[in-house]
Design a protein around this ligand. Sequence first.
Ligand code: GLU
Length: 294
Amino acid sequence: MPSPYIGRFAPTPSGYLHFGSLLAAVASYLDARHHQGQWLVRVEDLDTPRNVPGATDHILHTLDAYGLHWDGEVVRQSDRLALYQQVIDDWLENGQAYHCDCSRQTILNHGGVYPGICRERGLPAAADHAVRLRVSDQTMVFQDRLQGAFRQQPATTSGDFIIRRRDGIIAYQLAVVIDDIAQQVTDIVRGADLLDSTPRQLCLYQLLQQPAPRYLHVPLVMRHDGEKLSKRLGSTPLEPRQATATLYRALSVLAQNPPSQLSTAPISEQLDWAVAHWQPDRLPAKRHILDPTI
Ligand code: GLU
């Protein structure tokens, strides 16, 4: 029997919820509910210098106002530091990971791919050392439900990658995989900006000896001038009061062709329709789509 569907939305509180992140939330919600699955929310708040005060509350409040009700308790990564550290310690101990004192400039000088300078140096633990994961030469391959076959060799695209930064912050790549495993997530639906992270995450699943989830990477919406709708660019925070119109627009941008009479219907009715009619393959298999109305 296949395991029951568990999906999730994992926002970073580096900004308020905006239209671009709403699309990822709606897509993962619809996919989960269409499969009678659970839908979890996890706040990825590890990068403390980038956390914006009030953003977590705004994100959760806005999801709620848009009818995107999650199952269970919201998990916050900042509550789980000891767990991530344990995995890092195990890997430092068995040689799978190592300390590194290379500067950002050194790595930039090598085109951004870490050339393994500290691999065999045996540096001791120190407050300002990063921790890197030793990656093999294996090419990681996966079948994205929308984007199709995707292959990448982390050894040549990133090299041994960071799992704990020099400032002590646990890297997103590691935390996301540990948590998706712990929460038994079977299906990840998220923005296509994370396609290039997926092969590194697959390395981690392999090392942790766990099956990888299914993936569906939704194209990112760009403004007509080609600028990605990103929190970091300060896109307008969503207004819970405009939920009806904005949700309808999200369904349209997600190419679900909602009937026009739904545009003024209550959000619960819009979501019921969209869950029943969810067809992610209507979306273009691209990393970006342009929305000239933004
Ligand atoms: N926290 C990440 C972000 O907001 C998303 C992580 C994921 O979905 O894997 O970009």
